[in-house]
Design a binder for this molecule. Sequence first.
Ligand SMILES: Cc1cc2nc3c(=O)[nH]c(=O)nc-3n(C[C@H](O)[C@H](O)[C@H](O)COP(=O)(O)O)c2cc1C
Length: 192
Amino acid sequence: MTIRVIGLGGTYRPHSSTELALRIALDAAKSLGADIELFGAEALDLPMYRPPQAGAEHGVKAKHLVEAIRGAHGVIIGSPGYHGVISGLVKNSLDYLEELRDDTNPYLDGRAVGCIATGAGWQATTTTMNGLRTIVHALRGWPTPLGVGINTTEVTFAADGTCSSPAVTAQLRMVGEQVMYFAKRGLTAPTA
Ligand SMILES: Cc1cc2nc3c(=O)[nH]c(=O)nc-3n(C[C@H](O)[C@H](O)[C@H](O)COP(=O)(O)O)c2cc1C
C-alpha cells in the first residue's frame, strides 16, 4: 500500500522559509516511499471557511485540499508565527477540515501529523508550535514526538531549498521520518 503524506503551509513570500522547511520534511517522507503533495500558499488561498449551515458550496481548490487530507496517512503542517500564533492562511485551511467531521475517521483521526513553526524570534516559534499541536489534538491527530521550531533570523533557506543549518535539516527530515514511522505501523486509517 502506498502511503500518502500531505504537506500544508507556507506563506506568500517568495522563497517562503516555512514552505521550504516543509519541503525538506516531505522529501524525507518521499525518500521512504511516500506519495507526497504540497499545498503551499497559493493552493491554500481559499475563501474564509463557511460552515455547512451557512449553505456554503466550496470551490475546486477547497475540495481538492479536503479530499487530499481525507486520503492521507500522514500530514505535515508548516506555519509562520504571525503575531505569536499560526497565520490566518494556515488556520483557515485547517478550518476546512470541518468537512471531514462525519467521516469514519473524522478530521485528522489516526493520522500522524508533523508540525513546523517558523518565526523571526524564538518566542513565536514556541507559541506557534504549541498552537499547532493544540489544533492537531483538537482534530484527533497524533503530533509526532519531534516538532521543529525555526528562528529564521538565525537559520536561512536558499532559493534552491537548502537550509543553512545541518542540524535543522536533520530535524526536519526526522519529522518526515516520524510521520512515516507511524503511518507504516498502521496508526493511520484514512477513510478514502
Ligand atoms: C504579519 C506578520 C506577523 C509576524 N509576527 C511575528 C511574531 O509575532 N513573532 C515573530 O517572531 N515573527 C513574526 N513574524 C515574522 C515571521 O514569522 C517570520 O519571518 C517567518 O519566518 C516568515 O516565514 P516565511 O519565510 O515562510 O514567510 C511576522 C511576520 C508577518 C508578515
